[in-house]
Design a protein around this ligand. Structure first.
Ligand SMILES: [Zn+2]
Length: 222
């Protein structure tokens, strides 16, 4: 049985008027049939893809921002629909990133606010301390701005308070205990004036903790 196709047609359409009739070789026939089979498969796949495209349009419809008909038609094409599908796959991580960014921003703003408040409070506390230091010095007839610059006033008040306290302790007389007397032997302490304790083992001087308002002066070996 002859199953071979026969070609009836123009060799160069529009120019040659002569129809030719011939039989395909086995090889040509095989190639032709394969191509036809693949064409059928391709048509079927294209149909399935187009059905998926239409289905996908329910999930990723044409954006409302498209006003013209041509814009809307363009947004319905497979490539545009796929673009929107890809965007959708990343959307949850985009939203998560945005939420994290906003949270971090809020925390940063809150932190800056607290820092500014703290700086303000610290500045306020320092200003108050300067004011009290000025009053402290004025009571002793030491004029700020004449005798000392404003930024030195706290240190000056401290030194004045220290000298006063040491003077008071010296005036009270007697022997003072001091920290660091472990290496002394039968030591009576320090008289508050000499460079060494009474047994002579340690060099001792006055030292202090606190500020001019809450000053603790004590003797310490060094
Ligand atoms: Zn001693």
């Amino acid at each position: 049985m002859n199953t071979k196709s026969t070609y009836f047609g123009s060799l160069t359409p529009g120019e040659c008027k002569h129809n030719i009739e011939f039989e395909y070789t086995d090889e040509q026939e095989k190639e032709l049939q394969q191509a036809k089979k693949k064409a059928v498969e391709a048509v079927d796949l294209l149909k399935q893809i187009d059905e998926l495209r239409v289905k996908a349009l329910e999930l990723v419809p044409v954006p409302h921002s498209c006003y013209t008909k041509s814009q809307r038609e363009k947004e319905k094409t497979l490539l545009k629909v796929m673009d929107r599908l890809f965007s959708l796959t990343k959307r949850s991580s985009d939203i998560d990133s945005r939420i994290r960014y906003e949270k971090e921003r809020e925390s940063k703003i809150e932190l800056e606010k607290i820092q500014k408040e703290n700086e303000f409070k610290q500045q306020q506390a320092r200003n108050d301390l300067i004011t009290r230091a000025i009053q402290f010095l004025q009571k002793r007839n030491i004029q700020v701005g004449v005798d000392y610059a404003l930024d030195m006033v706290i240190d000056v008040a401290y030194n004045v308070a220290f000298d006063e306290e040491v003077e008071k302790l010296k005036t009270s007389g007697g022997m003072f205990e001091f920290s660091g007397d472990d290496s002394c032997e039968d030591c009576a302490g320090w008289n508050g004036v000499d460079h060494r304790c009474s047994c002579g083992n340690r060099r001792v001087s006055w030292t202090s903790d606190g500020d001019f308002e809450h000053l603790i002066v004590y003797a310490e070996a060094y």
